[in-house]
Write a protein that binds this ligand. Structure first.
Ligand code: PLP
Length: 358
């Protein structure tokens, strides 16, 4: 029974990754899958580039440093993306780079790095593998792993894939498999060759998180019911635009520019004159609306509005409406209803574009 479940589920997930490669299922959080991507492709002492635009890019740096890789860090200010030209300038003087590690969606800042363009630059400027952390966007953001030349794409179950935590998904290009076959760094539980061998038999090398794999199959069916993955991506884009226009209408600043704004999470500056922690606490206590605060240097400066996975335009309207109630409680100067109305206009415009009159 498991073989059937495994084969059916991993076939369905390929559309979400944009790949024809196998999808490997690790019984782990996203961090273990990032670690697997690193330890299977690079040996201690090898040169790697890590692009970091926030807390989770720094995660990749820590993993690579722990394993003794020689890390060349391309760090951007939190709230900014890494552009293709910046990466090109960074890569050009470097030699023998084994891999470039990139966070697709930086959860701490709501930045979606231009991953297709970055992967292309890596191909043009080096022979390095392109290793991508898609933990907080795969399932809600476009992904064309094969067409964009991504060598390893990783995600976890608990974000846009709509499941509880405990399952991670990894896909590997042919080019990366060749590197992995020759890599000498030891690994056991995270050994991707062993996952590949077992995947060919429709199995995993150790006890799989079976309940989550049943869930994953259902998630893929939900995506099919929505009309296919392109529709799921469009819903995330719509939710992003609804949140952004609501905040603009309420004169609340956004951390990121529209160009690099994440479709799954929006980082929002503290409303002017309001003590952010008290505001977030009030929202949770009185309106049962829970926004995450900022991390690292952005602690106390921003809050983060998640709109990924099992989340719909109606949720956005409700959340903005409750946020307005809390703003009113804090005597914030705004026109009541302005945020909801702006979000609703974006919603209506999207319906007009997709639904023809009966
Ligand atoms: N990468 C990104 C972009 C994340 O958002 C997270 C978790 O929030 C991780 C990696 C780590 O994943 P996990 O907490 O499942 O180990």
């Amino acid at each position: 029974e498991f073989v059937e479940l495994y084969r059916e589920t991993t076939e369905l997930v390929k559309a979400v990754f944009g790949t024809k490669q196998d999808i490997l299922l690790l019984p782990s959080g996203g961090t273990a899958a990032l670690e697997a991507a690193a330890v299977n492709t690079v040996n201690a002492g090898d040169d790697v580039v890590v692009i970091t635009v926030g807390a989770f890019g720094d995660y990749f740096v820590s993993i690579c440093e722990k394993y003794g890789f020689n890390v060349h860090k391309l760090a951007k200010q939190w709230g900014q993306a890494c552009t293709a030209e910046e990466l090109r300038t960074f890569l050009q003087p470097l030699q023998h780079i084994k891999a470039v590690f990139i966070t697709y969606n930086e959860t701490s800042t709501g930045i979606l790095n231009p991953i297709a363009a970055l992967a292309q630059v890596v191909r043009e400027e080096s022979d390095a593998l392109v290793i991508v952390d898609g933990v907080s966007c795969i399932g809600g953001a476009p992904a064309e792993m094969d067409a964009w030349g991504i060598d390893i794409l990783v995600t976890g179950s608990q974000k846009a894939m709509m499941l509880p935590p405990g399952l991670s998904l990894v896909s590997v290009s042919d080019r990366a498999w060749k590197v992995i076959e020759e890599n000498t760094m030891p690994s056991y539980y995270l050994n991707l060759l062993s996952y590949r061998d077992w995947a060919h038999k429709g199995m995993t090398p150790n006890t799989p998180t079976i309940t989550l794999i049943y869930g994953l199959r259902e998630v893929c069916k939900l995506i099919e019911e929505e009309g296919g993955f392109a529709h799921t991506v469009a819903r995330h884009e719509l939710m992003k635009n609804m949140v952004r226009s609501a905040m603009t209408a309420l004169h609340i600043e956004l951390l990121t520019t529209d160009e690099f704004a994440s479709p799954t999470i929006t980082a929002i500056m503290a409303p002017k004159g309001i003590a952010l922690n008290a505001f977030l606490h009030h929202l949770k206590q009185h309106y049962h609306l829970d926004f995450a605060g900022g991390l690292g240097p952005l602690q106390g400066e921003i809050f983060r509005f998640g709109h990924m996975g099992y989340c719909f335009p109606s949720d956005i309207l409700q959340a903005v409406s409750l946020m307005e109630a809390a703003l009113q409680d804090f005597a914030y100067d705004f026109e009541p209803g302005a945020g909801v109305s702006a979000a609703h206009k974006v919603f209506l415009a999207a319906q007009a574009n997709t639904i023809t009159s009966p």
